[in-house]
Write a protein that binds this ligand. Structure first.
Ligand code: HEC
Length: 175
């Protein structure tokens, strides 16, 4: 027969086991699924894009170096100071078998070049990618896309004097 102590140990052991199983089944769902991000249903909270400027307050020196680097200028809005040279004075040029022209009006920059319909159209420059040795201009295209143009701008001063480093092109340079 069991003595009192043995009975107590058995009861305690059963109670701990039962408690453990109860806890396990209560939490089973969470244990199994906690790290999994919901595919559908309520939105899962996520971090917002911090923006480059948010780094400045703690990394002032690195930020200042980055801002003027090719990385810092890799993708940006058109800017009068940086882009005027590519569009003023207005001019036409050839690149490959195409002819294009550029002009600026009311602070916007335009490239007139072959459109999707196969005819020349004036496209307003929406974004600029690249810095040195080549700047490409993006224009809005159907379906929310940004389209690069065949003609690009070579920003080196010698290219401005001689037309372009690219063969056969005059004016703002060609890619
Ligand atoms: C609130 C202050 C703060 C902000 C804002 C901040 N950082 Fe930092 N960052 C730090 C500190 C502190 C360190 C550690 C510096 C150390 O170890 O010497 C660090 C370290 C780093 C390092 C590692 C540097 C190394 O030498 O290993 C990188 C890269 C970095 N930060 C990038 C960023 C970027 C990118 C952003 C903006 C998106 C940013 N930080 C915003 C405070 C900040």
């Amino acid at each position: 027969m069991f003595n009192r102590l043995q009975v107590f140990i058995w009861v305690a052991a059963v109670a701990v086991l039962a408690g453990g199983l109860f806890w396990f089944f209560q939490h089973f769902d969470k244990l199994n699924h906690a790290p999994v991000v919901a595919v559908s249903g309520s939105p899962v909270p996520k971090a917002e894009y911090g923006s480059s400027a948010s780094c400045k307050e703690c990394h002032e020196e690195a930020y200042a170096l980055w801002l003027k680097s090719n990385h810092g200028l890799a993708e940006r809005l058109p800017n009068a100071e940086m882009d005027r040279r590519a569009f003023e004075p207005a001019r036409a040029f050839t690149h490959g078998k195409q002819s294009s022209s550029v002009f600026a009006t009311n602070g916007d920059f335009f490239v007139t070049t072959l459109g999707l319909g196969g005819k020349p159209e004036a496209f307003r420059v929406g974004r600029v990618i690249g810095h040195d040795p080549l700047r490409q201009f993006l224009v809005a295209a159907p379906g929310g896309r940004w389209q690069t143009l065949e003609a690009s701008f070579d920003p080196t001063p010698s290219a401005m004097k001689t037309g372009s480093r690219a063969s056969g092109a005059t004016g703002p340079g060609a890619a």
